[in-house]
Design a protein around this ligand. Structure first.
Ligand code: SIN
Length: 552
């Protein structure tokens, strides 16, 4: 049984004054929304430093149909094809139609996209029928965007930016959001921040797997806290693996952007044959789930645990301009992208599903919003199209800004009073159970071992390929640990992260077991085919209930 709160709210030693909006996370979704709402009294709470956000690591780019003959309808079609029948058509339309104007906004805050022959340079990636991926610094697109967003946000007078701040839970009263409870990681004090508008934009879940392209902060906190608060979680079985991840000499993972295949690189099996030829009309640039599936087959057949990425036929001068960071990283590892074949294999990369939202970013809890990788707008369906994620964060962040702006126009002093008295009630109510399971925070758990066994289980049984018995094994493992009361009421970052990881793992395992078909990034040995008759629908989890929604 998962408790309502990771730490009993009555242990908070401080309650802050009311904020107009609290934003959890400092990636593209959170910061772009903070900038737009900046005339109000806004707080941005982020678990680490901004450079640790997933946005920073996005190499390849950001997709927008900005140049003829490309147009939003083609971007729309490509996104639907990648989503394998589960994309919400309206959510996709909102995404792709608004994409070009979002690029203008990024340029306005100083983002410098790469230019070739006087025009913004566009490339392609898996699943795109046209070159529509804008990039910056060659292969450092996320870094360039994030740097500009962070420096812009820091200048804003009304935005209170707090790094090293771990939001634990969403506070709710009568079905509405009234704030958050969190820990200041430097002082380890537990605090409450009242607000009737909270945006969860805290990124992905990669740390529940052994191999992931995500940064260490990606422990699924946003999904877990939303679920505990009663939010709906949708499509969470769809976990995307990136095909081309390189293992460094010191055993770290380094993403090799799909844009390299966009510029013509090949995939070869370990005997040197191109294995995507004849498998899909777009060969190496097929949608990501299809490439990963063929890689797994190829690796199984050959007995090698890698395939090669080959860019040796691409002119050196071009590679140097487009992929300076990749070249640098490979050089550190004794490899030359222009001459050597690079060993790559798949690793977890992106959560397609998450906290279910409407087209305005609202969740089913009034005043609670979600955006970016944490959210499920429905746009990605069963498999996200490459380079749609940064854009989704921007477009839906803008929709959320409009919605919150409208709510703030209607706000009265009464609203603030209601929220503050709701917070007092929660503290009073939870004080009744405050003795239960409390410790001073010293961890008695061997958390490193627990995390590594969870990752091992998730990778073996709930990774790229799944089946009923493996999912059952994973379910038993997660159920056994999630009920451990030593995980709760501990002001210890590693413990609360592990509790969140278990919650997210539990939701993925549950949905993956329910979906008895293979579609997009959800592949089952025991149900190898797509089954539109029974499964062209979304799985929605809320508290202990499961419901379904027919797909478009
Ligand atoms: C990449 O550069 O390959 C990652 C792009 C993405 O996941 O959208």
């Amino acid at each position: 049984m998962i408790p309502r709160y990771l730490i009993n709210p009555s242990y908070a030693i401080k309650t802050y004054p009311y904020s107009d909006c609290i934003i959890i996370g400092s990636g593209i979704a959170g910061l772009s929304t903070a900038i737009r709402l900046s005339k109000h009294n806004i707080k941005v709470l982020t678990k680490s430093s901004p450079s640790d956000s997933t946005t920073w690591y996005a190499q390849g780019g950001i997709a927008a149909a900005i140049k003829r003959p490309d147009e939003w309808k083609k971007h729309y079609e490509d996104t639907l094809i990648a989503g394998q029948g589960l994309s919400d058509k309206k959510a996709v339309e909102i995404l792709v139609k608004n994409a070009p104007s979002m690029i203008e906004k990024l340029i306005e805050i100083g983002t410098k996209f790469d230019i070739a022959e006087g025009e913004i340079s566009l490339t392609t990636e898996g699943g795109h029928s046209h070159a529509r991926v804008l990039h910056a610094g060659g292969d450092a697109t996320g870094e360039e965007i994030e740097k500009k967003l962070v420096s812009f946000t820091r200048e804003l007078e009304h935005v209170n930016f707090r790094a090293d701040y771990f939001v634990l839970d969403i506070l709710t009263s009568s079905g509405s959001c009234i704030g958050v409870i969190g820990i200041d990681l430097s002082s380890r004090t537990i605090e409450i921040h009242p607000s009737s508008n909270v945006l969860i934009a805290s990124g992905g879940i990669g740390q529940i797997y052994e191999l992931s392209t995500n940064p260490p902060i990606s422990t699924g906190d946003g999904v877990a806290m939303a679920y505990r608060a009663g939010a709906e979680i949708m499509d969470i079985e769809f976990v995307q693996f990136h095909p081309t991840v390189f293992r460094t000499n010191d055993d770290k993972l380094f993403l090799i952007s799909e844009a390299l295949r966009g510029e013509g690189a090949y995939l070869r099996d370990c005997t040197g044959n191109r294995f995507m030829t004849g498998k899909h009309p777009r060969e190496e640039l097929a949608p990501r789930d299809i490439v990963v599936k063929e890689m797994i087959k190829t690796m199984d057949k050959s007995g090698c645990d890698f395939v090669y990425l080959d860019a040796t036929h691409i002119p050196e001068s071009h590679l140097k301009i487009r992929f300076p960071n990749i070249i640098f990283k490979l050089k550190e590892n004794g490899l030359d992208l222009t001459k050597d074949l690079i060993k790559v294999s798949p690793a977890e990369h992106y959560l397609n599903g998450g906290i279910r939202t409407g087209y305005d970013g609202r969740t089913n809890i009034e005043g609670l919003y979600s955006c970016g990788e944490t959210a499920a707008t429905g746009a990605h369906g069963a498999n996200r199209l490459a380079s749609n994620s940064l854009m989704e964060g921007l477009v839906y962040g803008w929709k959320i800004y409009q919605d919150i702006e409208d709510r703030l126009k209607l706000k009265t002093g009464k609203e603030e009073k209601r929220v503050l008295s709701g917070v007092k009630d929660i503290i009073k109510e939870s004080a009744k159970t405050s003795g239960m399971g409390r410790t001073s925070g010293e961890a008695k758990l061997d958390i490193l071992t627990l995390v590594s066994s969870l990752r091992n289980m998730m990778s073996r049984k709930v990774g790229i390929l799944r089946n009923k018995s493996g999912l059952e094994e994973a379910r038993e493992f997660v159920q056994f640990h999630i009920g451990n009361e030593n995980l709760y009421n501990k002001a210890d970052k590693d413990i609360v992260e592990f509790a969140n990881m278990l919650t997210v793992a539990n939701l993925i395992v549950k949905s993956a077991a329910i979906r008895e078909e293979s579609r997009g990034t959800h592949m089952r040995f025991d149900f190898p085919d797509k089954d539109d008759k029974n499964w062209k629908k979304h799985i929605i989890l809320k508290k202990d209930k499961v419901s379904f929604k027919k797909a478009d």
